[in-house]
Design a protein around this ligand. Structure first.
Ligand SMILES: Cc1cc2nc3c(=O)[nH]c(=O)nc-3n(C[C@H](O)[C@H](O)[C@H](O)COP(=O)(O)OP(=O)(O)OC[C@H]3O[C@@H](n4cnc5c(N)ncnc54)[C@H](O)[C@@H]3O)c2cc1C
Length: 377
């Protein structure tokens, strides 16, 4: 039997959702411990992301999911300000909009329809074309026929955000452990036993599982998860060093890829969507796909230096919706299934998972993600 450590809440997984939940709980006075398997916090999907807070550009339908993304986007300015105030660190949070590009007449009609239904609820959308578009976004090539500027979308440097949120947790008194792989979860005597490879056991009445794409393995055996089985969806990305003329002022959604400015001279190109299990290799085919999409959008990127490539695993669920709230076993709370929108949904997810762990009502906009929708105890 290894060392035994007691606290109020154990959080398994130190990605942005785990850290965000921990920070929220610590500020409410709870003793929180985050256990992260990797050597660094926010180093899996939360690192791999492009950082878009794209409630409008990522919207698919006018449904409860869309309402949740808008609610989270609306929380972003205050959330970002609080992290900055707590740490003195910036992380490139920019509420400046996003440009969605159209390639030809039928594409334009599709985007027009999409932005029409969301206009009422999500914010202003402006159509840009011709010289106005070329003057403002000189990197765009001739295949782009027009574009829609969604005023309300934001973006953030998620790598810098991870470091800031870790620091915020530290300052709020959260116990932070890296290199801690949780191997087993069990409950007795009104508390969870969270066993870590190497022997330590963390014991707490409340447990939050925020283990991203890897959660399913941990949760097996605790309940019948019905159709709530999480799985990984791989995304490959690359980074280019670009001159000022090729650095757009906001993220660009193109035909198959997106281009996201990062810092003073870098442009992220993402992302593939591949269901290939826990494979994080960067492949030649993946890079070809990204580069082809980038060059069709902005041919002058051909001459730019490739500075980094990487791949991450998005935590997906069969119905495509997150899983946020109380699980089917007492004291178990879930913050999972962020899929493509974990950065966008971070403020709402942290608030909802923390409220769930505190036994308080979760924000109404997050109720659509209630785990009870398919699980059976
Ligand atoms: C290429 C790519 C681009 C993306 N772009 C965007 C974007 O622009 N906007 C957006 O909103 N979203 C984007 N996403 C999605 C977003 O990154 C994720 O939804 C979000 O980061 C998920 O956060 P998380 O904390 O749930 O998961 P993760 O960041 O994966 O964190 C889970 C953590 O749990 C740890 N863990 C797992 N098992 C254990 C264990 N047994 N013991 C201890 N620790 C464990 C892992 O090591 C990991 O650090 C993108 C994702 C990818 C891959």
């Amino acid at each position: 039997m290894g060392e035994r450590v007691d606290c109020d809440v154990v959080i398994v997984g130190g990605g942005l959702w785990g850290l965000g939940t921990a920070w929220t709980l610590a500020r409410r006075g709870l003793g929180v411990r985050v256990l992260e398997r990797a050597a660094a916090f926010a180093s899996e999907a939360s690192f791999a992301a492009a950082g878009m807070i794209g409630a409008q550009s990522e919207a698919l339908e006018d449904d409860a999911y869309f309402a949740a993304t808008l609610a989270s986007r609306d929380r972003w300015p205050a959330f970002a300000a609080q992290v900055v105030a707590a740490t003195g660190r910036g992380f490139g949070y920019r509420p400046d909009g996003c440009l969605h590009l159209a390639f030809g007449a039928s594409f334009e009609r599709r985007l027009e329809a999409k932005y029409l239904w969301q206009k009422r609820r999500a914010g202003r959308v402006t159509r840009l074309e011709g010289e106005a578009l070329a003057a403002r976004f000189p990197l765009l090539g001739p295949r782009v026929s027009c574009a829609f500027f969604a005023d309300g979308d934001h973006w953030v440097d998620n790598e810098a955000l991870g470091a800031a949120l870790e620091e915020a947790c530290r300052r709020a008194g959260v116990g932070l452990t890296v290199g801690a792989e949780v191997t087993r979860l069990s409950r007795d005597g009104g508390a969870w036993n969270v066993e870590v490879a190497g022997g330590a056991i963390h014991r707490a009445p409340r447990l939050v599982v925020a283990a991203g794409a890897w959660a399913q393995g941990l949760l097996e055996g605790l309940a019948d998860w019905g159709t709530l089985r999480g799985f990984p969806v791989k995304g490959q990305m690359l980074e280019l060093r670009v001159p000022p003329r090729l650095l757009p002022e906001v993220p660009l959604h193109a035909e198959n890829v997106y281009l996201v400015p990062r810092g003073a001279d870098r442009l992220l190109v993402g992302a593939t969507v591949e269901t290939v299990g826990f494979d994080k290799r960067v492949t030649a085919e993946g890079l070809e796909y990204l580069l082809q999409g980038a060059f069709e959008t902005a041919p002058d990127l051909r001459g730019c230096e490739v500075t980094r490539t990487w791949a991450g695993l998005r935590p997906a669920t069969p119905d495509g919706w997150p899983v946020l709230g109380a699980g089917p076993v007492e004291g178990l709370h879930l913050a999972l299934g962020a899929y493509r929108r974990g950065i966008l949904l971070l403020p709402l997810a942290a608030e909802a998972a923390a409220a769930s762990a505190l036994g308080e009502p979760i924000p109404p906009e997050a109720r659509a993600f209630d785990p009870a929708r398919t699980t059976r105890a």
